[in-house]
Write a protein that binds this ligand. Sequence first.
Ligand code: FES
Length: 202
Amino acid sequence: MSIKEISKIQPESFEFSKDNLQEAENEIKKYPKDKQSSAVLALLYLVQKQNNNWIPLAAIKYVARLLGIPYIQVYEVSTFYSMFNLSPVGKYFVQVCTTTPCMLRGAKKVLEVCKKHISTSQKELSKNKLCSWTEVECLGACVNAPMMQINQDYFEDLDENKTEEIIQTLLEDKLPTPGSAKNRKNTAPEKGKTTLLEVKNA
Ligand code: FES
């Protein structure tokens, strides 16, 4: 999305819903009086949760006012962390891990599928505006590489066909079942466990 396009869709104002305001106040109370700006990450997370997974400029200013700190301080935080989105990401936000273990196990194919079916560039919405994708660093599921995160869920042990199937389902406005595409239980070996056999729930 270009800066011009992003500026066109910025809302004039933002404020927390009643519940989120309560939650924000609870977060702020966790810090000593002169350190309450430390609640900035929690408040930005709440903004994103309330606002379809992205943070508009009006919300950055709102959070700065709530915390009594300069707007630029909140802006710096929101632009530093890759988990904060500063433009719309669609109802289904696909984050493809491209760190070494995932790359070695075929993440490039996963990326190609995203480029083909969602949008040619990352952070751009699909034609039906339901989906966008981005590359991210290790999501901590290397043992099930290659993998991607869609909203809050992990999709693991992917290959080109499985990724196509998942992305097509998203574009039809449905969320597929998360987990291993090879039906592995968590990180267990593909043919069942090989150690701790005598431990019942290991
Ligand atoms: S390298 Fe992809 S999850 Fe760690």
